[in-house]
Design a protein. Sequence first.
Length: 327
Amino acid sequence: MVSELTDSSPKVSVIIPLYNKAAFIERAIDSILSQTVQDFEIVVVNDGSTDGGEIIVNAYTDSRIRLINQENGGVSVARNNGVYASRAEFVAFLDADDEWLPDFLDTVLRLRRKWPDAGLYGTNRIIVNTSPKYKETLVLCHQRYDEGIYPYFKMSALGAHPFCMSSVAIPKSVLMDVGLFRTNIKYYEDMEIYARIGLSYKIVCSPLHLVRYYKEDEYAATSTLSLIPEIHPIIQLVNELKERDELDSRWNGCSDLNLYLDSLNLCQATNRMLLNRQSARPYILRVTHKELFWRKWMLYLYSFIPEFILPALRDAYGYIRSFVSDK
């Protein structure tokens, strides 16, 4: 059941899904408590942690912090339960191992005042690669953009995706309208809800880098890659909407949406490349949009490079990226 809103409800509910992040949860909470806007509540949803992270949360005496314990159900279940328990009409998300810079909440609230009918408000972020091979990286979009309504599908397709789950805030009414997070998918659940929101609402974004997003080495192959679905959840979503004739008429045949779907096939191909380079080629050959012509054929040629050369190419790319970030 959704918590009832009252006159005393906070401006923002901040939801933190917590699963075995005891080493980082204090940093995340402290970054919220250091915001220039202080009218918020923090809802930490402990998703069956086994490392004592909930003990750290309970040690806080600030009445704005609430802890909800649940059996391990995954990040989408935790976020959904956080939304149900939230008391504000504006919901922000922060992963337990990320942190906000002090002006984050002030910025997304200002964006909402300026564009009150939008469905998602986001900011850019600083990606901190935790691999010892790479230093902290300030990630800039490939395409420059100004604060305001953001052409999400086109910009994301061209590699200019500025926000992550820790750098967005969404009205609760919008989350309820689009159906909250899908709990039956294991990957891309954040991108999937962005897409559902983007099909029905405007997305507003600030170019300010107000979130520190921590991630592991992007080239680290893991066994979970073998579980990547054959069809990207967003491609499946759009196909289902088309079949049920529920896709808003403004998106039917839309070049931006088609460009985005083709870019997802390239993403699938890139992931498949780490498993079986030959299996990636069908995904590459599905791409037909002219704006992806060079990316398509460069990736296709890359799929034929001998396997023993790839580690050297990846190391060279990481070195160049680190070198450029120093400039």
